[in-house]
Design a protein around this ligand. Sequence first.
Ligand SMILES: Cc1cc2nc3c(=O)[nH]c(=O)nc-3n(C[C@H](O)[C@H](O)[C@H](O)COP(=O)(O)OP(=O)(O)OC[C@H]3O[C@@H](n4cnc5c(N)ncnc54)[C@H](O)[C@@H]3O)c2cc1C
Length: 452
Amino acid sequence: MSAARLKNTGRYRARPPAEPAEISANSIKTVLRTLDRDAHIATPIRPQGAATASTDCNVSSSGTAIQLSGLDRILNIDAYNHTVTAQAGVRLYALAEALAEHGLELIGNHEMTGRTLGGAIAAPCLGAGIGREAGSLGSHVINLKIVTGAGKPMTVTSEQKNLLCAMRASYGLLGVIVEATLRVQPISTFTATHRRLSIEEFSKVVDRLSNGDVGFRFCLMPYRDRVYLDLRRYGPDSGSSYSAPWKIKDWGESTVLPHVCKSLNRLLPIQSVRYRLIDSVTEATQGIVNSRFVRAGSNATAATGGRTASSTRRVLYSTWCFPASDFSFVLKAYEQFCTEMYERTGYRCDVPAIGYRVVKDASAVLSPSFDEPMIALQTASTQQKGWDDFVIDLADFAEHWAGVPIFSQTRSVRAEYAGQVYADRLDFFRRIRRQLDPEDRLLTPFMAQYFQ
Ligand SMILES: Cc1cc2nc3c(=O)[nH]c(=O)nc-3n(C[C@H](O)[C@H](O)[C@H](O)COP(=O)(O)OP(=O)(O)OC[C@H]3O[C@@H](n4cnc5c(N)ncnc54)[C@H](O)[C@@H]3O)c2cc1C
């Protein structure tokens, strides 16, 4: 009997066809409808912000991705109590610009401001903050509105401490964040100074810097034995800060440099010549763009760059966090690892690694710096061929040095190793996840390897 005949009898009802695999939400109603259990949307469902994560945490190959960047309204800026309430799809640069009009800024110095507020709360959002500011943006969240895996609205406030702790850095596994309120602060200006060091020289000072109140970000070139260090301090004489130098810096680092590297990789077949040129261009960019232009800044002016998530697609990256107390050793070992890899496999990264301090932060169950201060090291390249093998070896290296992975930014993490590192916290998180999403509607196979 044919399917058409079955339908005609009226005894059998054909199931409505599944919805398309990507849904763009520009209202909370759409999010509620998408997650409604009766909506016949293909599961698993994965929330997606600006899609700048480097892993498959924001895609669902057999289910549905719900795109949230259309939820882009800033709902309230409370200049008296220093808070802001915004929808989850608002880009960080838009939030920074709106806050600046009220003399306020986000707490912490966050790059890649093309990411969404929801993505920056649901995944660790780390940057070169000064003192206690060098934590994740999510730690300043005081209120969240979410839609659970079963399609129910839910509000989590700072009174529900444990639940809020689980929600921060929950990678969209406990529900879809639709709105958030976070603490902000009045704009303060910092000075930015720059140093050019060898890896040995940097390893001698990194410990002291990690324990101090200074903010720092470094650009590491293992094949040149070179570190470009950017130090940030608040002070009475910090001067005025303008956004133009930060825009130029960001344009140089995240658009021009990857573009030049890609072009040289295409044009110059001889590796040794090509890399010599690439490294020289990188050094020139660091020397000119940072040292000449960027002298002072604020979290508001520094957040003006990094807006285009599309330019970042040129760059492949994998971030590991290492205990700050061991980082002087990790640095030298990393240089050796990169050199040996190049000799053995012929693969090397063409853009420099970027690092910054991350303070001890227990505000999220899955915080990568829950137990101690860390240094985040973002290894990056524009070269796809050989990258997948390289990140597997990088993961081996990182495991050896007690590296802590971030599920949205670290490639090739072994599930067993993640279980060892996050240990009891992961078990606790899994228990909450099972309660909030008992039918695994938000759990893709990629996420299940760590969170089931
Ligand atoms: C070139 C480059 C530089 C970067 N530099 C930094 C850096 O300096 N520091 C840093 O911390 N990160 C950095 N990142 C990583 C990235 O920007 C962050 O992981 C970011 O927080 C992801 O935000 P997104 O909006 O792109 O989210 P996506 O990548 O779309 O999603 C990330 C995770 O959050 C979940 N999610 C997204 N939105 C929601 C929501 N509304 N509700 C529930 N879950 C949600 C997704 O399911 C996924 O698990 C960089 C990335 C690139 C490409």
